[in-house]
Design a protein around this ligand. Structure first.
Ligand code: COA
Length: 160
């Protein structure tokens, strides 16, 4: 049984450890890198938590996943940093995190939730599609120096 909670600024060290674990475990899934974020000072992690509404999934075994929502342009918000620990995958924790993000987005009056996925990340695309996200047609090259594309998915959000 997993639970999801919104992290507070005081949780920055926990957030740092889970985020760094995600970058170490799934380097191809994220724009950023372990080397870059390992060097962040505590204030950077605190500022991120202040700017991004960050959800932590936990099981009896400890932290199991992470996802964050940031306001984007206009009435849209963006879902970033989605990760479930390998030992906790395939148990619906990704679903819990997406649901928490959608509820937060709806409650704050955003009209749309967007996200970016690297081409070939089948599990992530299926997870988002299950929650009503569809490709928007926008695609961009991935990280500098890498031969990869990322594509945008989005869905409308209505107030609960
Ligand atoms: C994408 C991700 C968040 C999905 O999380 P999840 O909680 O495992 O999601 P689900 O429970 O829906 O399972 C996802 C898939 O993994 C499969 N799965 C089952 N057991 C699994 C296991 N032990 N390990 C890996 N995948 C497993 C599920 O059957 C499901 O398959 P499907 O895509 O064919 O439906 C997770 O795989 C992950 O963190 N991946 C690495 C980081 C990443 O890609 N983030 C997304 C960036 S956009």
């Amino acid at each position: 049984m997993a639970t999801v909670r919104l992290l507070e600024i005081g949780d920055w060290a926990l957030y740092r450890s889970v985020r760094l674990a995600s970058l170490a475990e799934s380097p191809a899934a994220f724009w950023s890198s372990l080397a870059r974020e390992e060097a962040f000072a505590p204030s950077v992690w605190q500022d991120r938590l202040a700017a991004r509404n960050t959800f932590l999934a936990e099981t009896a075994d400890g932290p199991a996943g992470l996802a964050a929502v940031v306001p984007d342009e206009g009435a849209a918000a963006e879902l970033v940093g989605m990760w479930v620990a390998p030992s906790a995958r395939g148990r619906g924790i990704g679903d819990l995190l997406v649901r928490a993000a959608l509820e937060w987005t709806a409650d704050r009056g955003f009209a749309e939730l967007r996200l970016w996925v690297f081409e070939g990340n089948r599990h992530a695309e299926r997870l988002y599609a299950r929650h009503g996200f569809a490709r928007t047609g926008r695609a961009e090259r991935g990280r500098p120096g890498k031969d990869e594309m990322q594509f945008e998915m989005a869905r409308t959000v209505t107030a609960r």
